[in-house]
Design a protein around this ligand. Sequence first.
Ligand code: NAI
Length: 342
Amino acid sequence: ALKHSYSTKAQKHNQRSYNYVQPQASYKVAVLGAAGGIGQPLALLIKMSPLVSALNLYDIANVKGVAADLSHCNTPSEVADFTGASELANCLKGVNVVVIPAGVPRKPGMTRDDLFNINANIVRTLVEAVADNCPDAFIHIISNPVNSTVPIAAEVLKQKGVYDPKKLFGVTSLDVVRANTFVAQKKNTKLIDVDVPVVGGHAGITILPLLSKTKPAVAFTDEEVQELTVRIQNAGTEVVEAKAGAGSATLSMAYAAARFVESSLRALDGDSDVYECSYVQSDLTELPFFASRIKIGRNGVEAVISSELEGLTEYEQKALEALKPELKASIEKGFAFVQKQP
Ligand code: NAI
């Protein structure tokens, strides 16, 4: 049965775990794109995890300094740097979790899909290397457009004959983090307790917060639902505009991605009570990929939680139907990209 609040658990765990410097487990994590705006603070947060023994940082440039800097933190994991394609295989050997924030971010006026041409190639190349060097690893895709880059990763892994749908995750935890924050602000509730599931995908209207399923239960007026839903959907653009050309969300993204890494490591370590929202292969809807709450275990996705899609409000039901054509098109664009260029 579903327990009260999964993200609360993840949040509390993270708060606790960052105070420890004693190793509690010995997992290897690789970050691909580690010198970037997300990669650097994400690497820092992973460096603070007591569950990590080796932190491998890969980028095409500037990663040596990041690794040297981080390596002076007196936490258990050993940091190693890998620069350029010739060092990618070594970076990935024996790794349990691979996190991919490599690629270009949005500038004002851009949609996530505008990044497709550049990032599709980057994700394809990196996932090919993952398939060759650590096919059993959990793969966390952050690079946008996530709605397409995850299907691209799946196709690449299929071509390599190593696709395990339970181990491929599109990182949508930032949408949940934002939803929790905005709802707590609006309703003046204790932030650590708020848990809003966010389903669909990770772009514009495909981001669907299920406010009626907020835990603990909160009542919203129709105006509040409309306002919060739109704010959560456009939160990334809020940051892009505030940064005015200097990129998109990096610090909140690193926080959200670190939480997803920590949850994955706890699951690998045998914790049987790990739930997160993520964009995964799914049979919840007629679409092959869909973000929803999932249960994560040692072997990856253990269950896709269907109950949260039941008993939706009319507003949510309409929004769900409305997002499907866009999400479907993004998935097909990802598939077509790999199939066109074998
Ligand atoms: P950034 O430009 O600051 O960093 C990207 C890094 O990737 C750079 O260090 C660059 O050298 C590296 N890189 C480029 N090509 C590479 C390759 N072939 N192999 C390895 N590394 C490579 O960008 P930022 O802000 O860190 O964003 C990264 C990605 O994350 C973007 O695609 C952005 O849209 C996405 N993003 C996703 C979010 C989500 O919720 N899933 C939220 C925010 C951003």
